[in-house]
Design a protein around this ligand. Structure first.
Ligand code: SAH
Length: 451
């Protein structure tokens, strides 16, 4: 008998899914339970019953898993950010290593050696936050989205963000109430304030606050600037104009209210400047560990030509430039390419070039120009690389491809394609850039099979 909605069952949790839910079996049917841990004996209420699987909610923990720990965040149950605050970090690392191994085996059909997960800082590690803003009858909601929803969980603090971010949010909350600032409603396309976007350079200490608004200006900006300027490290206060009815958070235009448009930071010894629109790794120490591993896989000796595809503000290529002859970076966001060029200049790095282009168009041009890279670095967004990118890269015949990704499903799929094009998946190293969440970064070395 398959499970039905509202049924209550006893369930043993055998494993944890790649999204972080506990998974048990009931008469052969998989049951997913969020907040459950491997080894838990639970009383579970079924909230969704499908033909092949069911979803349940914990009613009671009958016997707790030995992985369980005290939950230290009051928002953990509702918030869609962290999924692993109820288990030890050791258990989380084990789950993430397994997630990487499973993806390569099941999706890529690749039996690649997976090295021990590299970890950096685990608390208050994020250097960027994007808070949705909403309004209730008397108040303001600023916080995080609930799991798989656009319901805002109003949160005073988040243990993944620097402590100053909470102070900044409180200043803005007060300013919204005092000045009767309207908030964005996606159904009507009306309302001024959409998101609060904050970034911090962990080495420089510089902070950027950007209000994403459906308009060109905000009321009583002097008061806002005055209060925000009291925060140590405040370097940039700006408006990001987004008048489109879209889920994309940032618009293209930035109006600086105070300070400079950009903030600086240092990553792997490279001084960088960041505009609000440039991608920057959210975990500084994690990124340094990741780049170090990527550099080891790149195996540079000083004579190599390196292509850094999806280069953002150029950080990976720039961090390796002193060990290469030439670095060619490619990125689709114009502001990020400008940042990359300036970052090369301010660090006195003369052997890097950056181009603004779609990755597939760029690799085709580079191939037609007969550029022969020794190493290609791939660091695409979650959806991975297109087939064209992968085949053009393989046609350029580099010795090594170093593939970095925050989505191991698309990465393992792409590595399988590269394998069919003559590249052997040599080694994978997971890097825990996103502790307490279900996400894990992974860097893979693919080496050309000698013909
Ligand atoms: N390597 C960088 C950025 C990685 S994030 C770093 O470590 O910081 C992925 C980057 O790919 C983003 O900067 C994004 O703007 C860029 N991107 C997305 N689609 C692209 C495409 N089709 N062609 C080129 N770049 C793209």
């Amino acid at each position: 008998m398959p499970l039905s909605k509202n049924q209550e069952i006893k369930l043993h949790i055998d494993s944890v899914s790649s999204e972080g839910s506990g998974v048990g079996r009931y008469d052969g049917q998989a049951v997913f339970v969020s907040g459950a841990a491997e080894g838990d004996e639970l009383l579970v209420h079924i909230i969704k019953a499908k033909k092949t699987y069911a979803v349940g909610k914990i009613v009671e923990i009958l016997t707790p898993s030995k992985d369980r720990t005290e939950v230290d965040c009051p928002y953990f149950k509702q918030c869609g950010g962290c999924v692993y605050r109820h288990i030890s970090y050791e258990a989380e690392k084990r789950i993430k290593m397994q997630k990487v191994k499973d993806a390569f085996l099941r999706i890529g059909h690749i039996d690649i050696p997976v090295k021990e997960i590299i970890t950096a800082n685990t608390e208050r590690y994020r250097n960027k936050a994007e808070y949705p803003v909403g309004r209730t009858v008397n108040g303001v909601q600023i916080g995080f989205y609930a799991n798989r929803s656009h319901r805002i969980i109003d949160a005073e603090d988040c243990l993944l963000q620097p402590a100053e971010f909470a102070e900044i949010v409180e200043i803005i909350r007060k300013w919204i109430l005092e000045n009767h600032i309207s908030v964005w409603n996606s159904e009507t396309g009306e309302g001024l304030l959409r998101h609060i976007y904050i970034r911090k350079g962990f080495v420089s200490g510089e902070i950027m606050v950007c209000l994403v608004v459906n308009g060109e200006s905000v009321p009583n900006e002097e008061r806002l600037i005055g209060e925000l300027s009291k925060i140590t490290g405040m370097a940039s206060i700006a408006l990001n104009v987004n008048t489109e009815n879209t889920n994309v958070i940032l618009g293209e235009k930035v109006n600086v209210l105070a300070g400079s448009e950009k903030i600086s930071d240092t990553l792997c010894g490279v001084e960088i400047e960041l505009s609000p629109l440039s991608f920057y790794q959210v975990n500084h120490d994690g990124a340094e560990a990741l780049y170090k591993k990527a550099a080891e896989y790149a195996g540079l000796s000083g004579s190599e030509t390196v292509i850094d595809l999806y280069c953002g503000a150029g950080t990976i290529g720039l961090s390796m430039a002193h060990k290469a002859k030439r670095v060619i970076g490619v990125e689709i966001i114009p502001e990020a390419v400008e940042d990359a060029k300036k970052n090369a200049e301010r660090n006195g790095i003369g052997n890097c070039e950056f181009y603004c282009a779609d990755a597939s168009a760029a690799v085709k041009i580079l191939k037609d120009k007969d550029i022969k890279p020794d190493v290609v670095l791939l660091d695409p967004p979650r959806k991975g690389c297109s087939k064209e990118v992968l085949s053009f890269v393989a046609e350029m015949n580099p010795d090594r491809i170093v593939y970095i990704s925050c989505d191991v499903s698309t990465q393992s799929r792409d590595c399988a394609v590269l394998k069919s094009l003559g590249y052997e998946p040599t080694e994978a190293t997971p890097v825990d850039m996103f502790p307490r969440t279900s996400h894990v970064e992974c860097v893979v070395l693919m080496s050309r099979v000698e013909k």
